[in-house]
Design a protein around this ligand. Structure first.
Ligand SMILES: Cc1cc2nc3c(=O)[nH]c(=O)nc-3n(C[C@H](O)[C@H](O)[C@H](O)COP(=O)(O)OP(=O)(O)OC[C@H]3O[C@@H](n4cnc5c(N)ncnc54)[C@H](O)[C@@H]3O)c2cc1C
Length: 540
Protein backbone atom coordinates (compact mmCIF):
# COMPACT_ATOMS: atom_id res chain seq x y z
CA UNK A 1 0.00 0.00 0.00
CA UNK A 2 1.25 3.55 -0.61
CA UNK A 3 2.43 5.40 2.44
CA UNK A 4 0.15 8.23 3.66
CA UNK A 5 2.45 10.74 2.00
CA UNK A 6 1.84 9.14 -1.40
CA UNK A 7 -0.72 10.66 -3.68
CA UNK A 8 -3.43 8.41 -5.06
CA UNK A 9 -2.53 9.25 -8.62
CA UNK A 10 -3.76 6.97 -11.37
CA UNK A 11 -0.27 5.82 -12.34
CA UNK A 12 0.54 5.41 -8.66
CA UNK A 13 -2.58 3.33 -8.17
CA UNK A 14 -1.74 1.24 -11.23
CA UNK A 15 1.79 0.61 -10.11
CA UNK A 16 0.49 -0.46 -6.68
CA UNK A 17 -1.92 -2.90 -8.31
CA UNK A 18 0.97 -4.18 -10.41
CA UNK A 19 3.19 -4.69 -7.39
CA UNK A 20 0.59 -6.42 -5.27
CA UNK A 21 -1.43 -8.34 -7.82
CA UNK A 22 0.90 -8.76 -10.80
CA UNK A 23 0.90 -7.67 -14.39
CA UNK A 24 -2.32 -9.35 -15.54
CA UNK A 25 -4.58 -7.61 -13.07
CA UNK A 26 -2.72 -4.38 -13.59
CA UNK A 27 -3.37 -4.61 -17.33
CA UNK A 28 -7.10 -4.98 -16.67
CA UNK A 29 -7.03 -1.98 -14.34
CA UNK A 30 -5.03 0.03 -16.86
CA UNK A 31 -7.44 -0.77 -19.65
CA UNK A 32 -10.41 0.29 -17.55
CA UNK A 33 -8.68 3.54 -16.61
CA UNK A 34 -7.85 4.33 -20.19
CA UNK A 35 -4.18 3.27 -20.27
CA UNK A 36 -2.73 0.37 -22.18
CA UNK A 37 -5.19 0.31 -25.03
CA UNK A 38 -3.76 -1.34 -28.10
CA UNK A 39 -3.28 1.04 -30.99
CA UNK A 40 -6.09 0.71 -33.50
CA UNK A 41 -3.98 2.01 -36.40
CA UNK A 42 -4.44 -0.21 -39.44
CA UNK A 43 -2.61 1.78 -42.12
CA UNK A 44 -2.60 5.20 -43.74
CA UNK A 45 -5.79 7.27 -43.64
CA UNK A 46 -7.53 7.26 -46.99
CA UNK A 47 -9.71 10.39 -47.08
CA UNK A 48 -11.79 10.89 -50.19
CA UNK A 49 -11.06 14.10 -52.11
CA UNK A 50 -12.94 17.06 -50.66
CA UNK A 51 -15.91 18.04 -52.86
CA UNK A 52 -15.62 21.75 -52.15
CA UNK A 53 -12.09 22.15 -50.86
CA UNK A 54 -12.11 24.96 -48.32
CA UNK A 55 -9.63 26.22 -45.77
CA UNK A 56 -8.70 24.58 -42.48
CA UNK A 57 -6.91 26.36 -39.64
CA UNK A 58 -4.86 23.91 -37.59
CA UNK A 59 -3.86 25.27 -34.18
CA UNK A 60 -0.60 23.87 -32.80
CA UNK A 61 2.24 22.21 -34.73
CA UNK A 62 2.82 19.22 -32.47
CA UNK A 63 2.46 15.74 -33.97
CA UNK A 64 -1.35 15.94 -33.79
CA UNK A 65 -1.44 19.28 -35.62
CA UNK A 66 1.04 18.24 -38.30
CA UNK A 67 -0.76 14.92 -38.83
CA UNK A 68 -4.04 16.81 -39.35
CA UNK A 69 -2.38 19.22 -41.79
CA UNK A 70 -0.70 16.43 -43.75
CA UNK A 71 -3.89 14.39 -44.16
CA UNK A 72 -6.27 17.30 -44.85
CA UNK A 73 -3.97 18.81 -47.47
CA UNK A 74 -3.84 15.42 -49.18
CA UNK A 75 -7.66 15.45 -49.26
CA UNK A 76 -7.67 18.79 -51.11
CA UNK A 77 -8.05 21.39 -48.34
CA UNK A 78 -5.99 24.55 -48.05
CA UNK A 79 -4.33 24.28 -44.65
CA UNK A 80 -2.60 26.79 -42.41
CA UNK A 81 -1.01 25.85 -39.07
CA UNK A 82 -0.64 28.47 -36.32
CA UNK A 83 2.12 27.59 -33.87
CA UNK A 84 3.15 29.47 -30.75
CA UNK A 85 6.80 28.44 -30.86
CA UNK A 86 9.52 29.14 -33.39
CA UNK A 87 9.84 25.39 -33.98
CA UNK A 88 7.48 22.53 -34.79
CA UNK A 89 7.00 19.34 -32.77
CA UNK A 90 5.56 20.55 -29.47
CA UNK A 91 6.39 17.96 -26.82
CA UNK A 92 8.31 15.94 -29.42
CA UNK A 93 11.39 17.95 -28.51
CA UNK A 94 15.14 17.41 -28.19
CA UNK A 95 17.67 19.65 -26.47
CA UNK A 96 21.21 19.82 -27.86
CA UNK A 97 24.26 21.94 -27.08
CA UNK A 98 23.50 25.60 -27.87
CA UNK A 99 19.70 25.26 -27.56
CA UNK A 100 18.03 27.73 -25.18
CA UNK A 101 14.61 27.75 -23.66
CA UNK A 102 12.76 29.89 -21.17
CA UNK A 103 10.45 28.69 -18.43
CA UNK A 104 7.26 30.41 -17.30
CA UNK A 105 9.00 32.69 -14.78
CA UNK A 106 11.56 33.89 -17.34
CA UNK A 107 14.39 31.60 -16.21
CA UNK A 108 16.45 30.85 -19.29
CA UNK A 109 18.64 27.79 -19.72
CA UNK A 110 21.16 27.22 -22.46
CA UNK A 111 22.14 23.62 -22.99
CA UNK A 112 25.91 23.14 -22.83
CA UNK A 113 26.15 19.57 -24.07
CA UNK A 114 29.01 18.69 -26.41
CA UNK A 115 28.32 18.35 -30.12
CA UNK A 116 26.26 15.26 -30.94
CA UNK A 117 24.87 14.83 -27.42
CA UNK A 118 21.23 15.45 -26.54
CA UNK A 119 18.40 14.80 -24.14
CA UNK A 120 14.71 14.29 -24.95
CA UNK A 121 12.85 16.27 -22.26
CA UNK A 122 9.54 14.79 -23.39
CA UNK A 123 8.96 11.59 -25.37
CA UNK A 124 11.94 9.24 -25.52
CA UNK A 125 10.68 5.79 -26.53
CA UNK A 126 8.30 4.24 -29.05
CA UNK A 127 6.87 0.75 -28.35
CA UNK A 128 6.61 -1.74 -31.22
CA UNK A 129 2.80 -1.61 -31.07
CA UNK A 130 2.61 2.13 -31.70
CA UNK A 131 1.83 1.34 -35.30
CA UNK A 132 0.92 4.88 -36.41
CA UNK A 133 4.14 6.46 -35.12
CA UNK A 134 6.19 3.70 -36.71
CA UNK A 135 4.34 4.00 -40.00
CA UNK A 136 4.85 7.77 -40.26
CA UNK A 137 8.54 7.25 -39.32
CA UNK A 138 8.88 4.82 -42.20
CA UNK A 139 7.03 7.07 -44.64
CA UNK A 140 9.04 10.16 -43.62
CA UNK A 141 12.44 8.42 -43.52
CA UNK A 142 13.00 8.67 -39.74
CA UNK A 143 15.61 6.07 -38.77
CA UNK A 144 15.07 4.11 -35.56
CA UNK A 145 17.40 2.29 -33.19
CA UNK A 146 16.58 0.01 -30.22
CA UNK A 147 15.79 1.70 -26.91
CA UNK A 148 17.08 -0.42 -24.04
CA UNK A 149 14.25 -0.50 -21.50
CA UNK A 150 15.32 -3.43 -19.33
CA UNK A 151 18.97 -3.96 -18.46
CA UNK A 152 19.59 -6.93 -16.17
CA UNK A 153 22.88 -5.41 -15.07
CA UNK A 154 21.37 -2.03 -14.14
CA UNK A 155 20.71 -1.13 -10.51
CA UNK A 156 17.72 -1.23 -8.23
CA UNK A 157 18.08 0.89 -5.14
CA UNK A 158 16.29 1.60 -1.91
CA UNK A 159 17.54 4.01 0.72
CA UNK A 160 15.84 1.72 3.29
CA UNK A 161 17.50 -1.58 2.35
CA UNK A 162 20.98 -3.13 2.23
CA UNK A 163 22.40 -0.05 3.97
CA UNK A 164 21.49 2.01 0.90
CA UNK A 165 23.76 -0.13 -1.34
CA UNK A 166 22.32 -0.57 -4.85
CA UNK A 167 21.62 -4.13 -6.00
CA UNK A 168 21.73 -5.61 -9.50
CA UNK A 169 18.43 -5.99 -11.30
CA UNK A 170 19.30 -9.54 -12.42
CA UNK A 171 20.10 -10.69 -8.89
CA UNK A 172 16.90 -9.31 -7.40
CA UNK A 173 14.83 -10.76 -10.23
CA UNK A 174 16.51 -14.18 -10.20
CA UNK A 175 16.25 -14.48 -6.42
CA UNK A 176 12.61 -13.42 -6.38
CA UNK A 177 11.75 -15.91 -9.12
CA UNK A 178 13.82 -18.60 -7.41
CA UNK A 179 12.17 -18.24 -4.02
CA UNK A 180 8.66 -17.99 -5.46
CA UNK A 181 9.31 -21.11 -7.58
CA UNK A 182 10.66 -23.02 -4.59
CA UNK A 183 7.70 -22.06 -2.39
CA UNK A 184 5.19 -22.90 -5.07
CA UNK A 185 6.96 -26.22 -5.68
CA UNK A 186 6.72 -27.04 -1.96
CA UNK A 187 3.04 -26.15 -1.87
CA UNK A 188 2.44 -28.32 -4.95
CA UNK A 189 4.30 -31.29 -3.49
CA UNK A 190 2.47 -30.97 -0.18
CA UNK A 191 -0.85 -31.21 -2.02
CA UNK A 192 -1.90 -27.62 -1.30
CA UNK A 193 -2.73 -27.10 -4.99
CA UNK A 194 -4.55 -30.38 -5.55
CA UNK A 195 -7.86 -28.61 -6.05
CA UNK A 196 -6.41 -26.21 -8.60
CA UNK A 197 -4.02 -28.41 -10.61
CA UNK A 198 -4.65 -31.89 -12.02
CA UNK A 199 -2.20 -34.70 -11.26
CA UNK A 200 -0.80 -34.61 -14.82
CA UNK A 201 -0.42 -30.85 -14.82
CA UNK A 202 1.35 -30.93 -11.45
CA UNK A 203 4.31 -32.68 -13.06
CA UNK A 204 4.46 -30.05 -15.80
CA UNK A 205 4.11 -27.25 -13.27
CA UNK A 206 7.09 -28.61 -11.32
CA UNK A 207 9.19 -28.78 -14.49
CA UNK A 208 8.21 -25.23 -15.37
CA UNK A 209 9.02 -23.94 -11.90
CA UNK A 210 12.42 -25.61 -12.00
CA UNK A 211 13.35 -23.87 -15.26
CA UNK A 212 11.78 -20.53 -14.48
CA UNK A 213 13.18 -20.29 -10.95
CA UNK A 214 16.61 -21.91 -11.60
CA UNK A 215 15.92 -24.61 -8.97
CA UNK A 216 18.31 -27.46 -8.29
CA UNK A 217 17.43 -31.15 -8.69
CA UNK A 218 15.72 -31.05 -5.28
CA UNK A 219 13.57 -28.09 -6.40
CA UNK A 220 15.48 -25.74 -4.11
CA UNK A 221 16.78 -22.27 -4.93
CA UNK A 222 20.32 -22.40 -3.60
CA UNK A 223 23.79 -20.97 -4.17
CA UNK A 224 25.22 -22.98 -7.06
CA UNK A 225 25.91 -23.04 -10.75
CA UNK A 226 22.22 -23.45 -11.69
CA UNK A 227 21.15 -20.30 -9.85
CA UNK A 228 24.25 -18.49 -11.12
CA UNK A 229 23.15 -19.06 -14.69
CA UNK A 230 20.30 -16.65 -13.88
CA UNK A 231 21.73 -14.29 -11.27
CA UNK A 232 25.35 -14.26 -12.49
CA UNK A 233 28.54 -15.62 -10.91
CA UNK A 234 30.72 -14.31 -8.16
CA UNK A 235 33.62 -15.20 -10.53
CA UNK A 236 32.70 -15.61 -14.19
CA UNK A 237 33.80 -18.66 -16.21
CA UNK A 238 37.11 -17.97 -17.96
CA UNK A 239 39.67 -19.73 -20.19
CA UNK A 240 42.81 -21.84 -20.03
CA UNK A 241 44.10 -22.34 -16.51
CA UNK A 242 42.34 -19.31 -15.13
CA UNK A 243 40.44 -19.82 -11.85
CA UNK A 244 37.21 -21.79 -12.10
CA UNK A 245 33.85 -20.06 -12.07
CA UNK A 246 32.53 -19.33 -8.60
CA UNK A 247 28.77 -19.30 -7.98
CA UNK A 248 27.19 -16.25 -6.44
CA UNK A 249 25.17 -16.31 -3.23
CA UNK A 250 21.47 -15.42 -3.37
CA UNK A 251 20.17 -12.61 -1.21
CA UNK A 252 18.46 -13.85 1.94
CA UNK A 253 14.74 -14.26 1.16
CA UNK A 254 13.43 -12.29 4.09
CA UNK A 255 15.88 -9.44 3.42
CA UNK A 256 14.86 -9.46 -0.23
CA UNK A 257 11.15 -9.30 0.58
CA UNK A 258 11.60 -6.56 3.17
CA UNK A 259 13.73 -4.51 0.75
CA UNK A 260 10.71 -4.16 -1.55
CA UNK A 261 13.17 -3.95 -4.45
CA UNK A 262 11.01 -6.48 -6.28
CA UNK A 263 8.66 -3.57 -6.96
CA UNK A 264 11.32 -2.02 -9.24
CA UNK A 265 11.74 -4.96 -11.61
CA UNK A 266 8.23 -5.19 -13.07
CA UNK A 267 7.94 -2.20 -15.37
CA UNK A 268 9.47 -3.94 -18.40
CA UNK A 269 6.71 -6.54 -18.23
CA UNK A 270 4.01 -3.98 -18.90
CA UNK A 271 2.61 -3.97 -22.42
CA UNK A 272 3.70 -0.33 -22.82
CA UNK A 273 7.32 -1.14 -22.06
CA UNK A 274 7.86 -4.59 -23.54
CA UNK A 275 10.61 -4.97 -26.12
CA UNK A 276 11.01 -4.12 -28.90
CA UNK A 277 11.04 -0.42 -28.07
CA UNK A 278 12.68 2.15 -30.31
CA UNK A 279 14.08 5.67 -30.34
CA UNK A 280 14.80 7.79 -33.40
CA UNK A 281 18.51 7.97 -34.25
CA UNK A 282 19.75 11.42 -33.22
CA UNK A 283 16.87 12.46 -30.94
CA UNK A 284 13.10 12.22 -30.69
CA UNK A 285 12.59 15.46 -32.62
CA UNK A 286 13.72 13.60 -35.75
CA UNK A 287 10.06 12.54 -35.90
CA UNK A 288 8.93 16.17 -35.67
CA UNK A 289 11.46 17.08 -38.35
CA UNK A 290 10.11 14.29 -40.55
CA UNK A 291 6.63 15.80 -40.34
CA UNK A 292 8.02 19.31 -40.74
CA UNK A 293 9.69 18.35 -44.01
CA UNK A 294 6.18 17.53 -45.29
CA UNK A 295 4.10 20.38 -43.86
CA UNK A 296 6.64 22.97 -42.66
CA UNK A 297 5.63 25.40 -45.40
CA UNK A 298 2.10 25.50 -43.97
CA UNK A 299 3.25 26.60 -40.51
CA UNK A 300 3.07 30.16 -39.30
CA UNK A 301 5.55 30.12 -36.36
CA UNK A 302 5.68 32.47 -33.33
CA UNK A 303 1.92 32.78 -33.53
CA UNK A 304 0.10 32.74 -30.24
CA UNK A 305 -3.58 31.96 -30.62
CA UNK A 306 -5.66 33.98 -28.16
CA UNK A 307 -9.26 33.51 -29.30
CA UNK A 308 -11.31 31.12 -31.44
CA UNK A 309 -14.69 32.26 -32.77
CA UNK A 310 -17.10 30.55 -35.14
CA UNK A 311 -20.30 31.26 -37.04
CA UNK A 312 -22.38 29.35 -39.58
CA UNK A 313 -20.02 30.71 -42.27
CA UNK A 314 -16.62 29.94 -40.79
CA UNK A 315 -14.00 30.25 -38.06
CA UNK A 316 -12.03 33.31 -36.97
CA UNK A 317 -8.83 32.82 -34.97
CA UNK A 318 -7.20 35.76 -33.20
CA UNK A 319 -3.49 35.69 -32.48
CA UNK A 320 -0.56 37.82 -31.47
CA UNK A 321 3.13 37.61 -32.30
CA UNK A 322 4.58 35.37 -29.58
CA UNK A 323 7.98 37.10 -29.86
CA UNK A 324 6.54 40.25 -28.33
CA UNK A 325 6.26 38.48 -24.98
CA UNK A 326 3.66 36.76 -22.89
CA UNK A 327 2.82 33.11 -22.44
CA UNK A 328 0.77 30.75 -24.56
CA UNK A 329 -2.46 31.42 -22.71
CA UNK A 330 -3.15 34.90 -24.09
CA UNK A 331 -3.47 38.18 -22.25
CA UNK A 332 -0.95 40.49 -23.94
CA UNK A 333 -1.95 44.08 -23.44
CA UNK A 334 -0.39 46.24 -26.11
CA UNK A 335 0.48 43.34 -28.43
CA UNK A 336 -1.34 43.89 -31.76
CA UNK A 337 -4.07 41.29 -32.25
CA UNK A 338 -4.35 39.88 -35.76
CA UNK A 339 -6.95 37.56 -37.22
CA UNK A 340 -7.13 34.77 -39.75
CA UNK A 341 -10.29 33.16 -41.13
CA UNK A 342 -11.02 29.65 -42.32
CA UNK A 343 -13.88 27.32 -43.05
CA UNK A 344 -12.90 24.76 -40.43
CA UNK A 345 -10.61 24.49 -37.43
CA UNK A 346 -8.66 21.56 -35.96
CA UNK A 347 -7.42 22.73 -32.57
CA UNK A 348 -4.60 20.71 -30.96
CA UNK A 349 -3.62 23.24 -28.29
CA UNK A 350 -3.24 21.36 -24.97
CA UNK A 351 -6.26 21.76 -22.67
CA UNK A 352 -4.05 23.27 -19.95
CA UNK A 353 -3.76 26.28 -22.27
CA UNK A 354 -6.99 26.04 -24.26
CA UNK A 355 -9.00 26.20 -21.01
CA UNK A 356 -7.56 29.71 -20.50
CA UNK A 357 -8.41 30.97 -24.00
CA UNK A 358 -11.62 32.52 -25.26
CA UNK A 359 -13.17 29.66 -27.27
CA UNK A 360 -16.59 29.98 -28.87
CA UNK A 361 -17.91 26.45 -28.48
CA UNK A 362 -20.99 24.81 -27.01
CA UNK A 363 -21.27 24.28 -23.26
CA UNK A 364 -20.53 20.50 -23.44
CA UNK A 365 -17.19 21.04 -25.21
CA UNK A 366 -16.26 23.96 -22.96
CA UNK A 367 -17.03 21.93 -19.84
CA UNK A 368 -14.94 19.07 -21.23
CA UNK A 369 -12.02 21.44 -21.93
CA UNK A 370 -12.12 22.58 -18.30
CA UNK A 371 -12.44 19.07 -16.82
CA UNK A 372 -8.95 17.69 -17.50
CA UNK A 373 -5.96 18.59 -15.36
CA UNK A 374 -2.36 17.92 -16.35
CA UNK A 375 0.16 15.65 -14.63
CA UNK A 376 3.41 17.13 -13.37
CA UNK A 377 6.71 15.79 -14.68
CA UNK A 378 10.38 16.69 -14.71
CA UNK A 379 13.45 15.44 -16.52
CA UNK A 380 17.12 16.20 -15.91
CA UNK A 381 19.82 15.55 -18.53
CA UNK A 382 23.40 15.31 -17.25
CA UNK A 383 26.60 15.31 -19.25
CA UNK A 384 29.58 13.36 -17.85
CA UNK A 385 33.12 13.43 -19.16
CA UNK A 386 33.20 9.63 -19.55
CA UNK A 387 30.78 6.70 -19.78
CA UNK A 388 31.64 5.38 -16.31
CA UNK A 389 28.42 3.31 -16.18
CA UNK A 390 29.81 1.27 -19.10
CA UNK A 391 33.53 1.44 -18.28
CA UNK A 392 33.30 0.71 -14.55
CA UNK A 393 29.99 -1.12 -14.19
CA UNK A 394 29.17 -2.77 -17.54
CA UNK A 395 25.77 -1.06 -17.72
CA UNK A 396 25.01 -0.59 -21.41
CA UNK A 397 21.72 1.27 -21.79
CA UNK A 398 18.61 0.56 -19.75
CA UNK A 399 17.31 2.08 -16.56
CA UNK A 400 18.31 1.95 -12.88
CA UNK A 401 15.47 2.56 -10.44
CA UNK A 402 15.66 4.18 -7.00
CA UNK A 403 13.31 5.37 -4.28
CA UNK A 404 15.24 8.68 -4.24
CA UNK A 405 13.34 11.69 -5.66
CA UNK A 406 15.12 11.30 -9.05
CA UNK A 407 13.18 8.03 -9.51
CA UNK A 408 15.40 6.61 -12.22
CA UNK A 409 18.64 6.97 -14.16
CA UNK A 410 18.51 6.02 -17.82
CA UNK A 411 21.72 5.34 -19.70
CA UNK A 412 22.09 6.17 -23.41
CA UNK A 413 20.98 3.43 -25.83
CA UNK A 414 23.51 4.44 -28.47
CA UNK A 415 27.24 4.87 -29.11
CA UNK A 416 27.97 1.99 -26.75
CA UNK A 417 31.56 1.34 -25.72
CA UNK A 418 32.83 4.66 -27.01
CA UNK A 419 35.12 7.16 -25.34
CA UNK A 420 34.47 10.72 -24.33
CA UNK A 421 31.54 12.58 -22.82
CA UNK A 422 27.99 11.26 -22.83
CA UNK A 423 24.59 12.35 -21.55
CA UNK A 424 22.30 10.29 -19.37
CA UNK A 425 18.83 10.95 -18.02
CA UNK A 426 19.65 11.80 -14.42
CA UNK A 427 16.07 12.02 -13.14
CA UNK A 428 12.54 11.53 -14.41
CA UNK A 429 9.39 11.61 -12.37
CA UNK A 430 5.74 12.06 -13.25
CA UNK A 431 2.51 12.40 -11.35
CA UNK A 432 4.32 12.24 -8.01
CA UNK A 433 5.09 14.62 -5.17
CA UNK A 434 8.71 14.59 -6.33
CA UNK A 435 7.63 15.77 -9.80
CA UNK A 436 6.07 18.86 -8.21
CA UNK A 437 9.07 19.40 -5.92
CA UNK A 438 11.53 19.26 -8.81
CA UNK A 439 9.35 21.52 -10.95
CA UNK A 440 9.23 24.07 -8.12
CA UNK A 441 13.03 24.27 -7.93
CA UNK A 442 15.13 26.60 -10.06
CA UNK A 443 16.73 24.62 -12.93
CA UNK A 444 20.22 24.84 -11.45
CA UNK A 445 18.90 23.39 -8.17
CA UNK A 446 17.19 20.53 -10.04
CA UNK A 447 20.53 19.71 -11.65
CA UNK A 448 22.39 19.98 -8.37
CA UNK A 449 19.84 17.72 -6.65
CA UNK A 450 19.99 15.16 -9.48
CA UNK A 451 23.78 14.99 -9.21
CA UNK A 452 23.62 14.72 -5.43
CA UNK A 453 20.99 11.95 -5.43
CA UNK A 454 22.50 10.12 -8.39
CA UNK A 455 25.90 9.91 -6.70
CA UNK A 456 24.30 7.56 -4.16
CA UNK A 457 24.02 5.03 -7.00
CA UNK A 458 27.14 6.06 -8.88
CA UNK A 459 29.84 7.77 -6.77
CA UNK A 460 31.62 8.55 -10.08
CA UNK A 461 29.07 11.36 -10.59
CA UNK A 462 31.19 13.62 -8.41
CA UNK A 463 34.37 13.43 -10.52
CA UNK A 464 32.75 13.03 -13.93
CA UNK A 465 29.84 15.54 -13.98
CA UNK A 466 30.23 18.38 -16.47
CA UNK A 467 26.91 20.16 -17.03
CA UNK A 468 23.16 19.62 -17.14
CA UNK A 469 19.78 20.84 -18.25
CA UNK A 470 16.43 20.38 -16.47
CA UNK A 471 12.81 20.75 -17.56
CA UNK A 472 9.84 21.06 -15.19
CA UNK A 473 6.84 20.55 -17.44
CA UNK A 474 4.38 22.73 -15.55
CA UNK A 475 6.76 25.62 -16.18
CA UNK A 476 6.95 25.08 -19.94
CA UNK A 477 4.97 28.09 -21.25
CA UNK A 478 3.40 26.36 -24.25
CA UNK A 479 2.37 23.29 -22.26
CA UNK A 480 1.84 23.88 -18.53
CA UNK A 481 2.01 20.18 -17.68
CA UNK A 482 2.99 16.79 -19.01
CA UNK A 483 -0.18 15.00 -20.15
CA UNK A 484 -3.93 15.20 -19.61
CA UNK A 485 -5.20 13.18 -16.65
CA UNK A 486 -8.60 11.58 -17.07
CA UNK A 487 -10.52 9.79 -14.34
CA UNK A 488 -13.23 7.22 -15.00
CA UNK A 489 -15.81 9.88 -14.09
CA UNK A 490 -14.42 12.62 -16.34
CA UNK A 491 -14.13 10.15 -19.22
CA UNK A 492 -17.77 9.14 -18.82
CA UNK A 493 -19.03 12.68 -18.51
CA UNK A 494 -16.82 14.66 -20.89
CA UNK A 495 -14.71 12.56 -23.27
CA UNK A 496 -17.25 12.23 -26.08
CA UNK A 497 -18.14 15.92 -25.83
CA UNK A 498 -14.46 16.85 -26.02
CA UNK A 499 -13.98 14.88 -29.23
CA UNK A 500 -17.28 15.71 -30.99
CA UNK A 501 -17.24 18.19 -33.88
CA UNK A 502 -18.67 21.43 -32.47
CA UNK A 503 -20.01 23.47 -35.40
CA UNK A 504 -16.82 24.12 -37.36
CA UNK A 505 -14.31 23.17 -34.70
CA UNK A 506 -12.85 19.79 -33.72
CA UNK A 507 -10.27 19.17 -31.03
CA UNK A 508 -7.41 16.68 -31.36
CA UNK A 509 -4.21 15.83 -29.52
CA UNK A 510 -2.85 13.80 -26.66
CA UNK A 511 -5.74 14.92 -24.43
CA UNK A 512 -8.30 13.38 -26.81
CA UNK A 513 -7.24 9.73 -26.82
CA UNK A 514 -7.13 6.51 -24.84
CA UNK A 515 -3.33 6.28 -24.89
CA UNK A 516 -2.51 9.34 -22.78
CA UNK A 517 1.09 10.47 -22.55
CA UNK A 518 2.07 8.75 -25.80
CA UNK A 519 2.64 10.16 -29.29
CA UNK A 520 0.59 7.29 -30.73
CA UNK A 521 -2.46 8.66 -28.92
CA UNK A 522 -1.91 12.15 -30.35
CA UNK A 523 -1.67 10.85 -33.90
CA UNK A 524 -4.64 8.50 -33.60
CA UNK A 525 -6.72 11.28 -32.08
CA UNK A 526 -5.82 13.52 -34.99
CA UNK A 527 -6.58 10.89 -37.64
CA UNK A 528 -9.98 10.25 -36.09
CA UNK A 529 -10.75 13.97 -35.74
CA UNK A 530 -9.90 14.82 -39.36
CA UNK A 531 -11.85 11.83 -40.65
CA UNK A 532 -14.96 13.00 -38.79
CA UNK A 533 -14.44 16.66 -39.71
CA UNK A 534 -14.01 15.68 -43.37
CA UNK A 535 -17.26 13.64 -43.31
CA UNK A 536 -19.01 16.58 -41.67
CA UNK A 537 -17.61 19.02 -44.23
CA UNK A 538 -18.61 16.76 -47.13
CA UNK A 539 -22.15 16.54 -45.76
CA UNK A 540 -22.49 20.28 -45.05
C1 LIG B 1 7.88 14.02 -19.93
C2 LIG B 1 7.16 13.38 -21.09
C3 LIG B 1 7.48 12.08 -21.45
C4 LIG B 1 6.82 11.48 -22.53
N1 LIG B 1 7.22 10.23 -22.93
C5 LIG B 1 6.72 9.73 -24.10
C6 LIG B 1 7.33 8.59 -24.70
O1 LIG B 1 8.31 8.03 -24.21
N2 LIG B 1 6.81 8.14 -25.87
C7 LIG B 1 5.75 8.74 -26.48
O2 LIG B 1 5.33 8.29 -27.55
N3 LIG B 1 5.17 9.84 -25.93
C8 LIG B 1 5.63 10.35 -24.77
N4 LIG B 1 5.13 11.51 -24.25
C9 LIG B 1 3.87 12.06 -24.81
C10 LIG B 1 4.03 12.83 -26.12
O3 LIG B 1 5.03 13.79 -25.99
C11 LIG B 1 2.72 13.52 -26.46
O4 LIG B 1 1.65 12.60 -26.43
C12 LIG B 1 2.73 14.15 -27.86
O5 LIG B 1 3.98 14.66 -28.23
C13 LIG B 1 1.69 15.26 -27.86
O6 LIG B 1 1.49 15.74 -29.18
P1 LIG B 1 0.33 16.79 -29.44
O7 LIG B 1 0.46 17.24 -30.83
O8 LIG B 1 -0.97 16.20 -29.00
O9 LIG B 1 0.60 17.99 -28.42
P2 LIG B 1 1.88 18.95 -28.33
O10 LIG B 1 3.09 18.25 -28.79
O11 LIG B 1 1.88 19.49 -26.95
O12 LIG B 1 1.55 20.09 -29.39
C14 LIG B 1 0.76 21.20 -29.07
C15 LIG B 1 1.30 22.41 -29.78
O13 LIG B 1 0.46 23.54 -29.49
C16 LIG B 1 1.29 24.67 -29.36
N5 LIG B 1 0.58 25.73 -28.62
C17 LIG B 1 0.33 25.80 -27.30
N6 LIG B 1 -0.35 26.93 -27.01
C18 LIG B 1 -0.56 27.57 -28.19
C19 LIG B 1 -1.20 28.80 -28.55
N7 LIG B 1 -1.79 29.59 -27.65
N8 LIG B 1 -1.20 29.16 -29.85
C20 LIG B 1 -0.62 28.37 -30.81
N9 LIG B 1 0.00 27.23 -30.52
C21 LIG B 1 0.02 26.81 -29.21
C22 LIG B 1 2.51 24.16 -28.66
O14 LIG B 1 3.61 25.03 -28.82
C23 LIG B 1 2.71 22.80 -29.32
O15 LIG B 1 3.58 22.89 -30.44
C24 LIG B 1 5.78 12.17 -23.21
C25 LIG B 1 5.47 13.48 -22.83
C26 LIG B 1 6.17 14.10 -21.81
C27 LIG B 1 5.87 15.53 -21.48
Amino acid sequence: MPSPTHEWSRRGLLSMIGKVAGGGLMYQAMASLGHAQASSYRGPLQLSQSKKGGTVLVLGAGLAGMTAAFELRAAGYTVQILEYQERAGGRCWTLRGGDSFTELDGTRQTCEFDKGLYINPGPWRVPYHHYAVLDYCKRFGVRLEPFVQVNYNALVHSTQAFGGKPQRFRQVQSDLHGYVAELLGKATNQGALDQAVTKEDRELLMQGLKDWGALDSQYRYREGLVASEHRGYQRDPAGGLMPLAKPSKPIDMSELLRSRLWSQINIGQLYEFQTAIFEPVGGMDMIAQGFEREVGKLIRYNTKVTKIEQSAQGVTVSFVDARSGGNAQGGDAGNAVQQVKGDWCVCTIPLSILSQLDVQAGAPMKQAIAAVHYAAAFKVGLQFKRRFWEEDEAIFGGISYTDLPIGQISYPSNNFNSNGPAVLLGGYGYESTHAYEFTAMAPKDRIRAAVEFGSQLHPQYREAFQNGVAVGWHRVPWMLGCYGVWTEETRLQHYTNLCAVDGRIVLAGEHACYIPGWQEGSILSSLDAVRRLHEHAQAT
